[in-house]
Each structure stands twice: as C-alpha cells, then as structure tokens.
Design a protein around this ligand. Structure first.
Ligand SMILES: [Zn+2]
Length: 194
C-alpha cells in the first residue's frame, strides 16, 4: 500500500486516489477549461475533496478571475518581485498588505486589491516610485540596489548622441530628493558621457 493511499471515509473499504479532470468555469461571461482536483474511491466510486484539493481548486478559479479582471497574475507578481530581488517579507514591508500578503498573491490564494495592483504596476513602470517606497519602508539596501539598477538601465539605453547625454544628465537628478542615505555610486560613471 502506497503511503499516499487513504481509506475511503464513506465506504471504509476502498482506497481513495487523487485525480483531476478538465471542467469549464465561467466568470463574467468568459469561459475556460481548468482542472478540478479531487479524489475518487476505487470501491464505492464516490468523489471527494480534501482541504489541499479545495485550496488548489480555489487558486485555479482566482487565477482566472485575475486574468478576466485585468489584475497581475500570481506568477507576474512573483516574477516582478524576483526582478526587484526582494523577499516576500520585504515586499510586504514596502507595499503593505500584511506579512503573508505576497505569498498569497503569488500562490493565487487571494486577489490583490485594485489599489495594490496599481501600486505594483506603478513601482514596476517607474523605478523612482519603487525606490521611494523602499526608502519609506527603511529598506535601504533594496533602495540602493534599485537605484543602481535603474541607472544601469538608463546607461545601457544611452546612445552616443550629445542631446541624449544631456537628457540623461537631467534625468539623473534624483526625483526623490530626500534619500540622503543613498550614495549614488554610478554618478562617477556618468562623467564619461560628459
Ligand atoms: Zn468508498
């Protein structure tokens, strides 16, 4: 007997086996095929779900809702967090939502609020916004890393045209002026452009 086998609580004779089947789900008039996770008894044939399967089924439904409602998917939130190189706990300190918020967003256990979704998108689109949020949260290492990355990004997109160098210099002035703690190490490398 495999350790995964469980005796059926209904007939108390058969073993229940985990399985899944495709089923259609509908949300706001949109339909899709998604897996339904459950177990079936090999003796009485009854279908049943445990807490873990119920959680997986809920995640499937929530990921579809996120897609239809235009929210960042759990996977997208995780990818962006990895790009920022921060832990889930740091993300929660920077963006709010409580200590387990990001583990829940990323697992599709909950849908982030609309303001949280917008905040994440702003931080994604505007590096200075992320830097500001990290600074407000006292995450100075994160702040410094993000600032460096943002400089590298601009630097890499530089052409050799003089006017773009001027543009770059103008942009290099910190938008967030109250980050005294940050030493911008890449400032030196800007000089080569001038
Ligand atoms: Zn049974």
């Amino acid at each position: 007997m495999s350790t995964n086998m469980k005796t059926c609580p209904i007939c108390e004779e058969g073993q229940i086996h985990e399985t899944s089947r495709e089923r259609e789900i509908e949300y706001k008039g949109e339909k899709t095929m998604m897996p339904l996770y459950y177990s079936v008894c090999d003796a009485c044939g009854s279908e049943q779900g445990d807490a873990e399967q119920s959680r997986k089924n809920k995640q499937v439904m929530l990921s579809f809702k996120k897609q239809i409602d235009g929210f960042l998917s759990g996977e997208e939130v995780r990818e962006q967090r990895k790009r920022w190189d921060i832990t889930q706990a740091q993300a929660a300190r920077i963006f709010g939502g409580g200590p387990v918020a990001f583990s829940k967003y990323e697992a599709d256990d909950v849908i982030q609020s609309e303001p949280m979704d917008k905040l994440l998108r702003v931080a994604q689109a505007v590096p200075e916004a992320f830097i500001w949020l990290a600074q407000q949260a006292g995450e100075m290492d994160v702040c410094q890393k993000a600032r460096k990355a943002s400089f590298d990004l601009i630097e890499n997109s530089l052409t050799r045209k003089d006017d773009s160098v001027v543009l770059f210099k103008a942009r290099s002035k910190p938008v967030v002026t109250n980050i005294e703690q940050i030493s911008v190490s890449s400032t030196d490398s800007l000089q080569i452009a001038g």
